[in-house]
Design a protein around this ligand. Structure first.
Ligand code: TRP
Ligand code: ZN
Length: 869
């Protein structure tokens, strides 16, 4: 253990209510970094100024550092201090200062080569790079590591010229030179920024260079930096970057502000990517793509993440966060912006279907479990644990509701107001809501509950029709479930888009409108309804709630055919599937005919977009079905779902084969139409295989071998991986042989097996953890195997508890290297309250084993103890 003291000290939570402005400001920083993979010397010169804010405490200067870090030099105003004139207290360098302004010099030595946490300065396949959000900068130098201290940065980097020919940092390059085999570069970023946005990279990199001319006519030099061999795989990211820059100008009026925008791809990275000012650093999986190695989903994810990080330049960098409790201020808003962008690139409806699926798969369970927290949390032990689906995805839904309620113009006016009032400052969620209010003359008092209350509201809706008076009454009732620390809830304001369709005419007799349900109960009375209506509600997913209705299978089948909102059509089909499956899981024998007819109709409707069809005919996942049950028996869920899937497959075998043939493309293209056909093709292949016909594995292997793109190849591999055919083994072996040298594709080989539906999937995943290509040190690989296994409900929840033990073992092993990675594997164990008693006890047992493990990181400790509840 490198720091026993840190472990002995109890972890102290941070509370939102304890916020105080910083005692000292740092208007300017000068860094001089002598880079070496084992011994990097960091000299920092900070201009510090006592904060004039009357709320700022009159304190000595306290600079955050990392456990065990000691300065090799401390000077004030050019005079070196003796060791007795400063002290280290709670990992902070404390320097008593008399005056109001001083210049502080410090020097530290750090070892990027041993940094397995991937926070601060670290080495990744030969290059040196940084990750500072949230609290990584303190591992590079002593500094007030909090987002409300904004400084301008001047950074001089010196390194071996042969090993690190490229030296990058934030802003513009202002100088460079060589001296005795080493070279240096100096970068200056004129925009004051918090230290979490600092970045530097040194390495042997090549650039895909391009340029963008902004709306005011300035030219921006763009560079995407990768290993030379990866250059041919950067075209899609570059196109996405330019599209994002143009989109943000057009839709939000936001222009880029520096002369340079660089992106670097690295293969060891804790997250998706990072929005460092002018120097974004990316997990290589969100940059590199070519048709041979990336699926259509990868292409879409790359465009989405490139846009996300670019959009942060305004929502995050120009206006940053006052403290980490405000994280959703930048993340929720930026996710909302990247989702809008992606919707505009292809089909908005399909994008919305995908985003809602992600929300339901990742955020709803979080909101329903022991880790539930509001989008603006009240306390944390380790901020890294709060980069959650709630902060990001529910945060985006909250912004989307403001957009729905205020309309396009009102929302844009509110955004303009927010950027204008808070440019160059560290703001709060409250500032954002107030800007929306002021620009619209709106009162969002009750809306603020979305920031303070956790839990997914449930809305019950029913329609009563009175043919005599030709009125329809829509009755609404909402409840917000209790969550940890919040036993009682107030009713939320829920904007519900709804419409009524005539059962006989199939027309929208009450066209789309928004109703704001702002109390526990609500009623809408609609006149002139002369035929029995069918209710379409929460259209476009206008609010992140669950809806319960008394609509019959016939109503849902009707909407799946006649609703004029494609998202709502798809939702109706999904609800019909859920209702049918839940009935089967509960031991009833539901009539499957309405569902199978609805699928047949959707599948054979030539008017429909194949991408939409592909998404709509997919059965809900086992995990999602589990989430609908009070007590989950994973075997019963598997049996019901597989049974239905087989009957859909066999009943419609001819239709699936026809759809498969029709979707066969010749000639690869990345057009939305071509992507849609590939999507439908693999979905159809899955059903053909589910029917159990003898030729299915052969068809899949043919698709696998003949594919001229990774979407078709990996789609076929996924179908084969869940079966027991000889073709499965052939395909897996070929895939490994062919792509063993490409880590991103090898991740897919691991994940296809970890997600498989085979009876033996758990044993296979455990065996793969001993495979020569498996490593705990790379977050992508760890996630591809262990993260995917934990998401495979049936395999993870093996009744003897071996899945739980495997994941807990992996948490312990990964925790020594990288606490952020290990902590992310804990939440699946935290769902123990939802499973039948046998599994529940085994899950708890593993959590207790983790809680008792000596030296467990603060990150994992927090997730484990909160999960135990
Ligand atoms: N701000 C980053 C994003 O959402 C998140 C991020 C990148 C991050 N790297 C990280 C968060 C490391 C925690 C730790 O785009
Ligand atoms: Zn982000």
């Amino acid at each position: 253990m490198d720091n026993p003291a840190a472990v002995a000290r109890p972890h102290t939570p941070v509370h939102r209510g304890d916020y105080r402005p910083p005692a000292w400001l740092v208007p300017a920083v000068r860094l001089d970094v002598d880079l070496d993979p084992r011994a990097t010397r960091v000299r920092a010169r900070l201009d510090v100024r006592r904060n004039a804010d009357p709320l700022a405490p009159p304190e000595p200067l306290r600079l955050d550092g990392a456990p065990g870090m000691r300065p090799t030099l401390v000077a004030v105003d050019g005079v070196e201090l003796d060791a007795g004139e400063w002290r280290i207290d709670d990992d902070r360098l404390v320097i008593p200062l008399i005056g109001a302004e001083h210049v502080i010099d410090t020097e530290v030595m750090i070892d990027p080569g041993s940094n397995t946490q991937l926070m601060g300065l670290y080495a990744s396949s030969g290059l040196l790079c940084t990750q500072c959000e949230a609290e990584g900068f303190r591992r590079i130098t002593f500094f007030p590591d909090r987002p409300d201290v904004l400084a301008t940065y001047t950074v001089r980097m010196t390194a071996d010229a042969a090993r690190y020919p490229v030296l990058l940092a934030n802003g513009d390059k202002v100088g460079e030179g060589v001296e005795e085999g080493r070279h240096w570069a100096e970068w200056h970023d004129p925009f004051p920024k918090p230290c979490y946005l600092f970045a530097m990279v040194a390495g042997d990199l090549a650039a895909n260079r391009d340029s963008f001319t902004t709306m005011s006519g300035r030219t921006v030099q763009l560079g995407i930096w990768v290993r030379e061999a990866d250059l041919p795989r950067t075209g899609h990211a570059m196109a996405a970057l330019k599209a994002s820059m143009a989109w943000d100008e057009r839709v939000y009026g936001r222009e880029y502000d520096l002369g340079i925008f660089n992106i670097v791809a690295v293969s060891d990275f804790n997250f998706g990517a990072m929005e460092n000012k002018g120097l974004n650093i990316f997990n290589s999986r969100y940059i590199l793509a070519d048709p041979e190695t990336a699926t259509d989903a990868d292409y879409d994810a790359i465009a989405g993440v490139v846009a996300h990080e670019y959009f942060h330049n305004w929502s995050g960098n120009r206006v940053t966060c006052r403290d980490w409790f405000q994280l959703s201020l930048k993340e929720g808003f930026t996710v909302y912006r990247d989702q809008q962008f992606s919707g505009d690139q292809g089909s908005r409806a399909v994008k919305r279907i995908e985003d809602v699926r992600v929300l339901r798969a990742a955020q709803f369970p979080e909101d329903a479990g022991p880790l539930a927290h509001p989008i603006r949390p009240d306390s944390y032990l380790e901020i890294s644990n709060f980069y959650t689906a709630t902060i990001y995805n529910k945060g985006a839904e909250v912004i989307g509701m403001l957009h729905t309620m205020l309309g396009d113009e009102g929302f844009r006016a509110g955004c303009d107001r927010y950027f204008k009032d808070h440019d160059g400052t560290a703001a709060t969620c409250e500032d954002f809501v107030r800007a929306m209010e002021e620009a619209n003359g709106a009162d969002l008092t009750q809306f603020r509950l979305w920031y303070t209350q956790a839990g997914t509201p449930r809305v019950r809706a029913s329609v009563r029709h009175d043919p005599d008076t030709a009125t329809a009454r829509v009755e609404l009732r909402q409840t917000v479930p209790p969550t940890p620390g919040q036993p009682e809830k107030r009713p939320m304001p829920v904007p519900l888009r709804l419409a009524l369709f005539g059962r006989a005419s199939a027309a929208a007799i009450v066209p789309d409108r928004v109703h704001l349900l702002d109390d526990a109960i609500g009623e809408i009375v609609i006149d002139g309804v002369t035929e029995p209506p069918v209710l379409s509600i929460n259209r476009g997913f206008s609010a992140p709630v669950t809806i319960e209705t008394d609509r019959t299978p016939a109503d849902l089948a009707f909407l799946s055919a006649h609703d004029d909102d494609p998202f709502a059509r798809s939702e109706a089909m999904q609800q019909l599937m859920v209702d049918t499956l839940i009935a089967a899981i509960n031991g009833r024998s539901p009539d499957e005919a309405p569902l199978i007819d609805a699928i047949a109709r959707t599948l054979t409707d030539a008017e429909l977009d194949p991408a939409f069809v592909g998404e709509t005919v997919l059965l809900p996942s086992e995990a999602f079905l589990g989430d609908q049950l009070a007590v989950v028996d994973p075997a019963a869920v598997r049996a019901a779902r597989e049974g239905l899937r087989r009957r859909i497959a066999t009943t419609l075998d001819a239709e699936w084969r026809a759809a498969y043939q029709a979707a066969c493309d010749n000639g690869f293209s990345l057009s939305p139409e071509a992507k849609g056909r590939r999507r439908l093709r693999t979905v159809a292949l899955g059903y053909i295989a589910a029917a159990g016909a003898n030729d299915a594995a052969g068809i899949a292997l043919r698709q696998f071998e003949a594919a001229d793109n990774m979407t078709d190849r990996f789609g076929a591999l996924g179908v084969l991986a869940s079966g027991t055919s000889a073709e499965r083994e052939t395909a897996l072996a070929q895939f490994h042989d062919c792509y063993r040298a490409d880590p991103l594709v090898l991740d897919k080989w691991f994940s296809a097996q970890a997600l498989s539906m085979r009876e033996t999937a758990l044993d296979e995943a455990i065996a793969l953890s001993a495979h020569a290509d498996f490593t705990l040190a790379n977050p992508n690989r760890l996630r591809a195997l262990v993260g995917c296994l934990a998401a495979n409900q049936y395999a993870f929840h093996a009744p003897d508890g071996r899945g739980y033990r495997f994941v807990a073992d992996m948490v312990l092993a990964a925790d020594r290297l990288n606490p952020q990675s290990s902590a992310r594997l804990v939440p699946p164990l935290g769902r123990w309250r939802r499973f039948e008693p046998g599994r529940s006890a085994l899950m708890r047992m593993e959590l207790e084993r983790l809680a008792a493990a000596p030296g467990l990181s603060k990150d994992a400790f927090e997730q484990v103890t909160r999960s135990l509840g």
